[in-house]
Design a protein. Structure first.
Ligand SMILES: [Zn+2]
Length: 67
């Protein structure tokens, strides 16, 4: 129950992410990469999240962010 709430808020409760992957604009991209051009993948569940190089952190709730 609580884990599901955390999952809903942060998208993923895991903490093992791949090294950030940058994709070029215009190339085939996923939703996670559209936000910042860089994304990381969760090594536990495979979810992909936008990654902010300047903040050096994963942007967990892409829907909440406005760019
Ligand atoms: Zn995960």
């Amino acid at each position: 129950m609580i884990a599901e709430l955390i999952d809903a808020f942060f998208g993923c409760k895991h903490s093992h992410y791949s090294f950030p992957i940058s994709v070029r604009a215009g190339s085939q991209s996923n939703d996670a990469a559209k936000l910042t051009g860089t994304y990381v993948a969760c090594l536990d569940c495979g979810k992909e999240f936008p990654y902010d190089w300047q903040e050096m952190k994963v942007i967990a709730s892409a829907a909440e962010q406005r760019y």
